[in-house]
Ligand binder design. Structure first.
Ligand code: HPA
Ligand code: ZN
Length: 345
């Protein structure tokens, strides 16, 4: 375990270089980009009462003991999202921040069960997010995809129903994922749902090994056919699994500040990111729920540099991994890899 901050290296990229590094963001919950000021704006617009007197009082709640304590606040605050325009505004604000932080392609998660249960129509959610993504492609040059996440702590029947609804929107939805409370909700529960998603031609990813054991990562691969693993950091506890991830080029979408804020790691200096990279695993850096965890993706790169050290070579490798592990077209990947070459100079 490291207890000293690494000495500053002259070869470490500057803040602005890490922000400019062209990257794909592959692990981003759009509802997790809901900043406190927008919570208040939307609550006012939609007449939703809030149990907080001010933006500051809400922001002061962002101190979490674990994943569940975060999820409780995350599901409560998203209640202010009611209309198609709300989802468009949320997504627009994320994309403006993402553009400043070097994001050139994003595959964003959304949690439709949490919205449909409140009476919000799936089409309004998808069309609102989609409108902002179209604007970003036109105005910012950011390409994108939308991934529908099943809430693993809801019933399998509910997942089947939302998949059926999602399959009417494959004009926008490119894949499925699995999120929410992990421990006690193993991948095996969702084997049939995932089979149906794959047979319908959707791409498949799953959260595993965030708080749950390395065995959940293996099950996500073997039972769900996951093409990427979201988080996956507890894989380090199983050498054979690490070797398999490396050999099969299964990317992990790692979220360092999220892991710190939800106490999956005690301090960032203990984060296994570089250890996984050194073992040959295709790791990527992402922001997860940036409004809640203290930083967008570029901020995560900076936090990694400051706590673990980060050479330009390693930073470029993480960005390259994100581009190669994305579901962008081969042509788009080639463009982004060329942008990355230009960054390296
Ligand atoms: N883990 C699991 N579920 C989630 C997360 C996360 O980090 N963010 C939003 N839903
Ligand atoms: Zn996540």
């Amino acid at each position: 375990m490291t207890d000293a901050v690494p000495a500053p290296s002259p070869s470490a990229p500057s803040d602005s270089a890490l922000m400019a590094l062209p990257k794909a963001e592959l692990h981003l919950h759009i509802e997790g980009t809901l900043e406190p000021d927008l919570v208040f704006e939307l609550a006012g617009r939609n007449g939703v009462p809030l149990p907080y007197a001010s933006v500051e009082e809400l922001a002061a709640q962002y101190d979490f003991a674990d994943l569940q304590s975060f999820l409780d606040l995350y599901y409560a605050t998203m209640d202010v999202l009611r209309t198609k325009d709300d989802f468009a505004e949320l997504t627009r604000r994320y994309l403006a921040r993402a553009a400043e932080q070097g994001v050139r392609h994003v595959e964003l998660f959304f949690d439709p069960q949490a919205h449909v249960a409140r009476g919000v129509r799936l089409d309004d959610v998808v069309d609102g997010i989609g409108a902002a993504l179209d604007e970003a492609e036109r105005d910012l040059g950011i390409t994108s995809g939308i991934i529908l996440c099943f809430l693993r702590d809801e019933s399998v029947e509910s997942a089947e129903q939302i998949l059926s609804a999602g399959l009417t929107r494959t004009d926008r939805i490119i894949g499925v994922g699995l999120d929410s409370a992990e421990v006690g909700y193993p991948p095996a529960l969702f084997e049939a749902v995932y089979r149906r998603a794959r047979e319908a031609g959707l791409r498949v990813v799953a959260h595993a090994g965030e708080e749950g054991p390395a065995g959940y990562v293996r099950d996500a691969l073997d039972l769900l056919g996951a093409e990427r693993i979201d988080h996956g950091i507890r894989s380090v506890e199983d050498d054979a699994l690490v070797q398999r991830l490396a050999a099969e080029r299964i990317a992990l979408t790692v979220c360092p500040l999220s892991n710190l804020r939800l106490r999956a790691v005690p301090v960032l200096a203990d984060h296994p990111l570089h250890e996984l990279d050194d073992a040959g695993v295709a790791v990527t850096i992402n922001s997860d729920d940036p409004a809640y965890f203290g930083g967008y993706v570029g901020d995560n790169f900076i936090a990694v540099r400051d706590a673990l050290g980060l050479t330009a070579e390693r930073a470029a490798r993480y960005a390259r991994n994100s581009i190669e592990a994305s579901f962008a077209s081969d042509g788009r990947k080639a463009e982004l890899l060329q942008e990355l070459e230009a960054w390296r100079g």
